[in-house]
Design a protein. Sequence first.
Length: 374
Amino acid sequence: MPESATMSKNGMITKIHTRIRTDPFTANYELVGKELGRGKFAVVKKCIEKSTGKQYAAKFLRLRRKGADCRTDILNEIAVLESAKTNPYVVALHEVYETSHDIILVLECAAGGEIFNQCVADNDEAFTEQDVIRLAKQILNGVAFLHRNNVVHLDLKPQNILLTCARPLGDIRIVDFGLSRRMDNITEVREILGTPEYVAPEILNYEPISTATDMWSIGVLIYFMLTGDSPFLGDNKQVTFLNISQVNIDYSEDTFEGISSLAIDFIKSVLVKDPRMRATAEECLNHPWLNPHPHPHPHSHPHLHSRSDSSLDEQETSQSESEPESPAPSPELDLMGSYRTYPNQGELKTGRDAFSFGESPFPTRPEIQQELIC
Ligand SMILES: Nc1ncnc2c1ncn2[C@@H]1O[C@H](COP(=O)(O)OP(=O)(O)OP(=O)(O)O)[C@@H](O)[C@H]1O
């Protein structure tokens, strides 16, 4: 029986099609190994389906959080996973169980773990720029799919981008749709959501959230994947928020040593304060950085150690084979119908001139500090 509730609250979808099983989870699955991870309200454990011997990740979501019933939030997470089931880069939902305390999402197991680990790894464990290009295309493919379906993720960060395999480097899977929202069910979302380092300026300014909010997080994510540095991270949350609010970014040659100027240009196209001026996921997929270049950058970067077994597929296209119905738009045409051009490498600016304190006022609303989900 499909779940019957259909009401939406603040962009949440609660109509789901997956049957919620109430027979014992442990009758059908065996928990194995240690935890795969945990978040604020969930623990994720590896399990084996007894009937098939297949490995999955069981996400145990507490039904009550801080004394409140969170069933609606969990149904929303399930509904978003269902809506993206044809996209290969969104983690697949296999089954759902309910116990007296938890709802258990049986998910495809992304055995390679979080990309975070490789972002901060040294030398031979770290991503090459070619790795980042391949993985960025996959992330954007998944996010473009969500955005075409009017879904915003709102918590894109390296802990929520997993790998099917770490070595050899596999493919990405986007996880954790706990904060995701449907944009067409609401006129505006004015909630404070996300993780401090990755939140967009409009969130700090208490302005409406849109698909562009995810694009900001993608800019932060790609910066981190390329350099190993979190671009806005300060010594404390206030400094981090100030850096975000003023778009204080280090594009210096030191930080980007050996990284192509096209990569910097890509990041600059999304780390733009005005959400309306940010490149969309589709535009990003058409950015020259992500499309084969006849003269690859010859230098290496200390963080971006070259990997002989890199699984880069230069031929990988921006659109997944599973989405033939969605042809890529013209590279220059954005959703507003206006034209966006990508600057040549020669026009790119690098250096610390991006650092300027005191231009735009930092939001002082006390509730922003309080409400931010950290
Ligand atoms: N399908 C999966 N395969 C392997 N590991 C997973 C899977 N899903 C989640 N994990 C691991 O568990 C961690 C927590 O999962 P997830 O982010 O979905 O939980 P959460 O409680 O919703 O997190 P948050 O508190 O950030 O909202 C992930 O960062 C990841 O390391």
